[in-house]
Ligand binder design. Structure first.
Ligand code: SF4
Length: 477
């Protein structure tokens, strides 16, 4: 594959705004969160207790049209964009998922990945619960639906106490909307207000697009609920031994640069990463160029700290998403050129500092370096605004197995030789931490240091395809 990026798992959005076009507002919220998942999109709307869901494989703009949005009226809504971290890209795995509960219906969308899904799923199956899809989200939905006693808040509370792992989710019944976040707060979730009514979103960019004001982040372990009777309420679920562990990769790459997180604008944090890179690994060069789009803020930071000129030397094709048609060997550069094309006139004869946010498997980086040299670059000094990724992620990021991670298997100099760069430097973990301006105790940094804040079971049970038919063959270590 020519796609060597890390993939975020999902984005969630929810709004309670009686008298407003909640489906359209959710559509735009999802539009702003599209980068968090491009495989499927869905919206569920509650209208006087009746829930309607529209979802399909594809981008938000492909799944919804004007007619559909007009058919979805109601008092509250949730929406979801998905990249599959558990289960494959089937329609039944797209979200929001729906289940009946106590004669009502609930709909749920989730971002993250559980680490005790197998155990919970087995328990539910033993109690006669049937599963149609293959995601851990289905397990969360089934747990809440199966908790027949009490209201939705009580059922979510009980479920949160049982599930382990990373989860930021939105769930609704006919008369209530709930947002909840795991006790470690691995995936982001924030609370906003739109014309005095509550909105939840994976990122602040989802609030900005509809003109909602940011209120605060939903805290690790917090459950917020809004209903007609009580308005907005909130409570915390404490988990012994837990600590805040926000994914540091949200700062490096996943979240939009115009989102704010933990009080920081991510574009500025990424510029800081570039400045640290320039201090850690200066080099004599003519130009600093980013690998667009995500390498841009760090490249700006590198250029400003080094005094080297910044230029665009790679042009991104803005309309590329995913193709399942692979080029043959003769066309092996097509895959990367569909996404990036070098500007020969800018880079010919130049010693380049090329700034990117990460290297996962390394195959795309090799092609990129080759392409830059073919376009006339004299030297290619790679600067990566994250440390080497040496450990897989179990908390909702599709990152390849340890065997596939180039930095888990090769030294930095071996990677440099393999990708063909003149020099290579990764930002140190200390440099990364400094750039955030926050203490390391607030973060998960496990893919860099192997220190997993939430205990993970055997690798096999964490396989992404673990509930698929024939999974044993796919998941053997
Ligand atoms: Fe984020 Fe890495 Fe932790 Fe996964 S392991 S949650 S990608 S910091």
């Amino acid at each position: 594959m020519y796609d060597d990026r890390l993939h975020d798992s999902c984005g969630v959005f929810g709004i309670h705004a009686p008298g407003r076009d909640v489906a359209r507002l959710t559509f735009f919220g999802l539009y702003a969160l599209q980068h968090r998942g491009q495989e499927s999109a869905g919206i569920a709307v509650a209208d006087d207790g009746q829930i309607t869901v529209i979802k399909d494989l594809g981008l938000v703009s492909q799944v919804f049209n004007e007619q559909m949005l007009q058919s979805l009226s109601g008092q509250h809504a949730i929406g979801h964009v998905r990249y599959s971290t558990t289960g494959s890209s089937h329609w039944q795995n797209s979200q929001p998922l729906v289940r009946s509960r106590n004669g009502d219906v609930i709909a749920l969308g989730h971002n993250g990945n559980l680490v005790n899904t197998t155990e919970l799923r087995d328990e539910l199956i033993a109690q006669g619960v049937k599963f149609a899809g293959t995601t851990d989200t289905e397990v969360i939905t089934a747990l809440i639906a199966h908790e027949a006693e009490g209201d939705l808040l009580g059922a979510v509370r009980t479920a949160v106490a049982k599930i382990r792992g990373a989860f930021s989710a939105a769930v609704m019944s006919g008369d209530a909307l709930v947002g909840f976040r795991d006790p470690y707060g691995v995936r982001p979730l924030c609370l906003g207000t739109y014309e005095g009514q509550p909105v939840i979103s994976s990122e602040t960019a989802g609030l900005d697009i509809i003109g909602a004001d940011f209120v605060r982040e939903i805290q690790p372990g917090e459950i917020v609920i809004v209903d007609k009777e009580h308005g907005l309420r909130s409570e915390r679920v404490e988990l012994e031994g837990s600590r805040p562990a926000l994914c540091i990769f949200e700062f490096i790459y996943f979240s939009r640069p115009d989102s704010t997180m933990a009080g920081r604008t991510l574009h500025l944090v990424r510029q800081e990463m570039g400045k640290h890179l320039a201090l850690e690994a200066p080099v004599e060069a003519d130009l600093v160029i980013p690998v667009p789009d995500t390498g841009m803020p760090a490249a700006i930071g590198y250029a400003s700290a080094s005094g080297l000129p910044y230029a665009e030397g790679l042009i991104k094709n803005r309309y590329v998403h995913r193709t399942f048609i692979q080029p043959d060997d003769q066309l092996r550069q097509v895959g990367i050129r569909m996404k990036l094309n070098p500007l020969s006139a800018v880079i010919r004869g130049k010693r380049l500092v090329v700034v990117d946010d990460s290297i996962v498997r390394g195959n795309t980086t090799s092609k990129l370096v080759e392409m830059l040299f073919s376009a006339g670059a004299k030297e290619v000094h790679l600067r990566i605004s994250s440390p080497p990724i040496q450990y897989p992620c179990y908390y909702g990021i599709d990152m390849a197995t340890r065997a596939e991670l180039i930095a888990a298997n090769l030294s930095v100099d071996e990677i440099r030789a393999k990708v063909g760069a003149t020099s290579l430097h990764y930002l140190t973990l200390e440099g990364l931490q400094d750039s955030t301006g926050l203490p390391k105790s607030q973060f998960c940094r496990a893919c860099f240091d192997g220190d997993y804040p939430i205990a993970v079971p055997e690798e096999y049970s964490m396989c992404k395809m673990r509930f698929e038919k024939g999974a044993a063959a796919t998941c053997e270590p």
